[in-house]
Every structure is written in C-alpha cells, then in structure tokens.
Write a protein that binds this ligand. Sequence first.
Ligand code: DGY
Length: 309
Amino acid sequence: MTNKVLITQKLLDSCEKAIFEKFDATRLYEKADRDAFLTENGASFIAIAGGNVDPALMDRMPNLKMISNFGVGYDSIDTAEAKKRDIRVTNTPNVLNDAMAEITIGLMVGLARRIPQADQFVRQGKWPGGNFPLQSELTGKTVGIVGLGRIGKEIAERCQAMKMRVVYYGRRKQTGIPHVYYDKLVEMARDSDWLVVITPGGAATDKLVSADVIEALGKDGFLVNMARGTVVDEAALVDALVNNKIAGAALDVFEKEPQVPEALFGLDNVVLSPHQGSATHQTRYAMGALVVDNLSAFFNGDPLLTPVV
Ligand code: DGY
C-alpha cells in the first residue's frame, strides 16, 4: 500500500511539515482546479488529513481508507457514510480540553465584567468623565453546562473555582458526577444564570438551544456557545439579544463561519470571538501531532489512537 495523503484544509505548519516528511502528501486546498485534480488523481490517495469530507469527495477517492481530522469536532465529515464505506475516522480529543475551558472562562468574565467595553472606555479617554458602570459577576451564580463531556467537565471544574454552582444537561445522567442533572434543557435554562454550550455539533444537536430554551434563560441570563453555531438557533438568539430578552452572549462559533450575523456587530451585550477555542500554540501543536500519529498508526497497521469510526 502506498502512503499517499491528501490534505483537505490548511493545517498548522508543524503538522503539514511532519505529514510531508512522513508520507507522500499533496495539498488539495492549493489546487486551482480541485475537480480536475481529483478526476486525475483522486483514486491514488489512501488517506486524508483534515476535514470537510462529504460523500461527493469520498466518491472521487475510491481507495480512501482513513480520515485524520484536525479537531475534536468532526461534524464536517460524514461519518455515517465513512462507516458504510469502511473508512476509518480519527479526531483530536483531550489535548484541547484545557485551552477550551480556559477561553470559556475568559469569555464569561469578559461578558459579565464587560472587559472589551471597559478597554474602549479607557482608550477613548472617557474615564476622567466618570466611572465605568457597575457590572455583574460570576460568583454565586448557577451555570448550566450543555454537554458534560471531556471539555464540559474541565469547564465545570473552572466554574466551581469561580464559586459558581454547576448543573448539567446531556442525553443521560452520568454516574459519579456531583452536579445536578437535567433531562430537559428548557428546565435547566430556566434554573440557570449562565448556559454554556459545549456539546458536539451535527444533525443530532441542530438548534438544540431553541427559541424556547433561550426564552427560558430569561432577561437576566447569559449564553456562551463554544460548541458549533448550528447547536443554537442563531436567528432566535439574535432576536433575543436585539430585544434584550436575555442579558448577553459570548459566542466563539457561528452558523456560517466566518460570516457573523451583522446584527450582532452593533450590540453592547455580546462578546464575539473568531472560533478560537483551541487556538493556542501548545494546543494546536498537540492537535497536529495527534493528526500525524493517527496517520502513522494507520499506515503501520497499528491501532488508531483516537478513532471515532
Ligand atoms: C474543535 O477542535 O472541533 C474545536 O472547534 C476547535 O476550536
């Protein structure tokens, strides 16, 4: 078997360098005419590094056996179709838990204490004219975590360090978890001051945070989305923010990235972040290394390190 790897998206430099050193690699994303390239060469590739793999791309790569995704979320890969075609899929879990949890707390504090606005207040010379208005704080508040997985648990731990009460919603109650469990998201939203969304994206969670959930969070509630834009009903969220139906939102992800609903730009009750949950040097390096290690394991015939299919 050859070790030809097709790179579907721009990856971290260190990751691409290692892929080129270890395998016979090609960057699809650099090809001016991807279609013509795939027609001529698609059948020669055994593996993909990166995401954005739909059945149409699989059709063009009849010998594809492995997809090593860069990211813990693999919603840009049709895993059901991959399974049908005996294509293995791996992701990059765990190595990003701390970075994700860290920025979640950062966004929460930024939103509650209005750090972006306070920065502008000082820079614009407004301070001598009077003090910045008083803000709310996290201490003593209840945070409802939507998806208490590996990252959710790290967020929960840090929320506890902020002296918050943690509750959670998920498909099922987990054993050995001290936090109160809700099987109805609307009910958790009603009982929470903060809702932090960190559940996987994809069809199963599409618009899970619905207009009803947002309404239940209420005018004093804050929403933080660290998962995928699709998990929240974005139109309902924009409406709630514009009309002060909730207190505010911190958003790292959006439905049509990198497009962000323009209505959010003029709002004072949002903190916007360009999908950078895992974007630190050390974490992205570790994610890249895991992409390469999964490819190596595959070509060596060893068990995959972090398989999802
Ligand atoms: C992932 O790995 O899926 C995250 O969205 C990166 O921030």
